[in-house]
Each structure stands twice: as structure tokens, then as C-alpha cells.
Design a protein around this ligand. Structure first.
Ligand code: LMR
Length: 394
């Protein structure tokens, strides 16, 4: 049987991680996978996470199953974090999932059950795992223009023109904040126009929000998701806790489905629990319990928010330092976009050849589309990267 298997395409981001590991150079710089690193290159366990884990270890009296949707307190805490009071709780179905990817996968399966003929529209570019999972599930997909490789900003006219081609019932996947891989984001007003077109076309929004708190702040980063959720009867939201709680390996995420009313919510909740049961039965609990403990304790929450702010401000500083250094070296403002982008990533707009040169000659690892993980930098490596960018002719 197993001889019938054929090799699967490698995930580009994960393949890059392996290449970086295998490189013996001591001065190599890892700007690949989206994992936060502090100035010493560590991915720390956040203070509030440590304390929540200590409390759980001391107080937890059972490891019995929770429920197919996970602990309802986690769903409620995440609904509050992402949606605030935008949509009444009786309209929001929620299930815990293994990470944000688990939430995306469950959302797509839900779409396939509810609207088998729908096309899922993705930004061009998007996180490579989006099209990969859609293809694997045998669903239809299409792309809408998103990035202008000259201005390195959103190609808004192109985006609107493509969204006008969406058919009724199609699903449009939008990044809630901190667009991955480009770092270029829509303004609130631009999103209002996108919403107008989507309403006119009777499209269904599906939001992937994996970096809340990494862009302009916890509340600011939720604004667009809330704006969309408010404007539609139905909306799917896949949220990840990997980055903003720094609990990557705990696989903690949530899928929320905003329903038209309480009856539709109950039906959706039942379907989401069914999907969890089919795919992995009960979702992982530890990370979800850590998140719930933090969000529901005012002191822990304040400490988590403070540390998240330090993280966010650190990335903004690195963005500014890199933009300034490139301004100094090129005597131009053509790299100012790096300071304007938000989140963990920026797409530099380098060619595949230039990306390769930076890797081979300068030991700098970025994804082939020239996405850099800003958090992979520090005060010492910023000038190294800036020099390599200029030397490679970007
Ligand atoms: C990334 O885009 O680098 C992250 O979301 C990590 C991943 O799983 O690809």
C-alpha cells in the first residue's frame, strides 16, 4: 500500500527552518518562520503564562475530558478578546482547536459542508498554508489582488476590482490584522469599502486573525474583525493564541462562527462539535486553560498585556531602525514602507535571485517571496541585513 504514495510538496517556511539549522555559519540570521524572538534570539515563555501554568499545576484536580468544543470558558474569553461586545454572545458559536491552523481547517470543512460549491477567495499573496489546505480539501479557490510590489502597500483598486467578481455565497478570506506575508494592511475606511462590495455580492467573510496585539495594539488590531462581524449575518473567525501568548507548541486556537440568531448559533455549534469529533475528538486543553486563566484574572491579564506591548514596541523599533539604516545607505526613502508595515512580517519586494544571494553570501534566511520576520532581528543584525539588502541590489 505505502508504495503508492508520492512525495508531497515541502512547506516552504518549514523547509527554510531546516536549511537554516543545517547552515554551519555562526553569523547566520534567521528571518524565516513566524516565531517571536527577543534581542538574544530566545522565544521566551511569557511571565503571565508561567504564572498561569504554576496555578494550573497546583490547582488542577482532573485531566478528564472537557467537551468537544473545549472548555466553554475559553470560547467565551476568546470571544471577548476578539469581538468585545460587537456581536451578542447568543450569536457566536465557538470551538477550541489545535492552533490557528486547526481553526482554519475546521472553518474550511464547515464551509464545505454548508456551501459545497462556494469558491474561497484568498489575497494574493497569502499565508501558503491557506491554499494548501483548500486544495487538499478539494475546494474551489480564487485569488484577489492585494499587494502592490512597487509601493509595497495594498493595491486597493486591484483588490476592489477582483472582489467585484465574487459570486453570491462565495467566501472571502481576510487577514484580521498584520497581513502575512506582506505586512501591508487595509485602513478602517478601506475595509468599509470592501465590506460594501462584499455585502452587495452576498459574500461570506472568513477572517484569519493570528497576530492580534502585534500591530497597533490589542484593541486596535481587533477593530477590522469587529467591523466585519458587525456588518454580516454570518462570519467565520479563526483566531490563534500561538503568537500573542507565545504558546506556539501548545496548539491553541479557536474557531468562532457568527450566526444570524440564537437558533442558527445552536445548529452551528452542534456542527462544529461534530467536526471536532471527526477530526481529533476533544481539542487540546492546556494552552486554552492557560489563556483562560490569564484573560479572566485582572492582574495576570494586565501583566500579559504589558509584556505583549513590550514585544510589539520592540518590533516597531526594529522596523524603524531598519528603515532608517536603509535610508542612510541608499539616500532614499524607498524602504520607508518597512516602518509603515505592521505585525511580524514585511515583504521586501526582492526577487528570488536576490533572496538567494542574501542567503548564500550573507547568511540571511528569509522566505523565498522576500518575507522577513522582523522579530528575528536585533540591534546588531539590523545593519547586517540593511547592508545585504543594498549589496544584493534590492
Ligand atoms: C509563519 O507564517 O511563519 C507562521 O504562521 C508559522 C507557520 O506555521 O507557517
Amino acid at each position: 500500500m505505502l508504495e503508492n504514495l508520492t512525495a508531497q510538496p515541502a512547506d516552504k517556511i518549514l523547509a527554510l527552518m531546516a536549511d537554516y539549522k543545517a547552515d554551519p555559519r555562526h553569523d547566520k540570521v534567521d528571518l524565516g518562520v513566524g516565531v517571536y524572538k527577543d534581542a538574544s534570539g530566545n522565544t521566551p515563555v511569557m511571565r503571565a503564562v508561567k504564572e498561569a501554568e504554576r496555578r494550573i499545576l497546583a490547582d488542577q484536580s482532573t485531566k478528564a475530558y472537557t467537551g468537544l468544543a473545549g472548555d466553554p470558558a475559553f470560547g467565551a474569553a476568546m470571544r471577548d478578546l476578539v469581538l468585545g461586545d460587537t456581536v451578542p454572545a447568543e450569536r457566536v458559536a465557538a470551538v477550541a482547536t489545535p492552533g490557528g491552523t486547526g481553526a482554519i481547517r475546521q472553518a474550511l470543512e464547515l464551509i464545505r459542508m454548508a456551501a459545497p460549491g462556494a469558491t474561497v477567495w484568498l489575497s494574493n499573496p497569502t499565508w501558503p498554508n491557506h491554499p494548501s489546505i483548500i486544495k487538499y480539501l478539494g475546494m474551489k479557490m480564487a485569488e484577489y489582488t492585494y499587494f502592490d510590489s512597487v509601493t509595497r502597500d495594498v493595491d486597493f483598486d486591484g483588490m476592489l476590482a477582483d472582489l467585484r467578481k465574487v459570486a453570491p455565497g462565495d467566501v472571502v478570506l481576510l487577514h484580521g490584522c498584520c497581513h502575512n506575508p506582506t505586512g501591508a494592511n487595509l485602513t478602517y475606511d478601506q475595509m468599509s469599502q470592501v465590506i460594501g462590495i462584499m455585502q452587495e455580492k452576498q459574500a461570506i467573510p472568513f477572517i484569519d486573525i493570528a497576530y492580534q496585539g502585534f500591530g497597533d495594539g490589542l484593541h486596535e488590531d481587533a477593530k477590522i474583525t469587529r467591523q466585519i462581524a458587525r456588518a454580516f449575518d454570518n462570519c467565520l473567525i479563526a483566531a490563534s493564541c500561538s503568537k500573542n501568548f507565545g504558546i506556539y507548541r501548545e496548539r491553541t486556537g479557536v474557531l468562532m462562527a457568527v450566526a444570524k440568531d440564537a437558533d442558527q448559533k445552536a445548529l452551528t455549534q452542534q456542527n462544529l462539535a461534530f467536526l471536532n469529533r471527526q477530526n481529533y475528538s476533544f481539542p487540546p486543553d492546556h494552552g486554552a486553560r492557560v489563556v483562560t486563566t490569564i484573560l479572566n484574572d485582572p492582574n495576570l491579564r494586565a501583566d500579559w498585556e504589558a509584556e505583549l506591548e513590550e514585544t510589539r514596541n520592540g518590533m516597531l523599533t526594529l522596523r524603524q531602525q531598519l528603515a532608517d539604516e536603509l535610508k542612510r545607505l541608499t539616500n532614499s526613502d524607498r524602504f520607508d514602507f518597512i516602518a509603515h508595515h505592521r505585525g511580524m512580517f514585511s515583504r521586501l519586494g526582492a526577487t528570488a535571485q536576490q533572496v538567494e544571494t542574501m542567503r548564500d553570501k550573507h547568511g540571511i534566511y528569509m522566505v523565498g517571496d522576500s518575507r522577513i520576520n522582523v522579530a528575528g532581528l536585533n540591534a546588531e543584525t539590523v545593519p547586517v541585513l540593511a547592508k545585504a539588502i543594498v549589496a544584493s541590489g534590492v
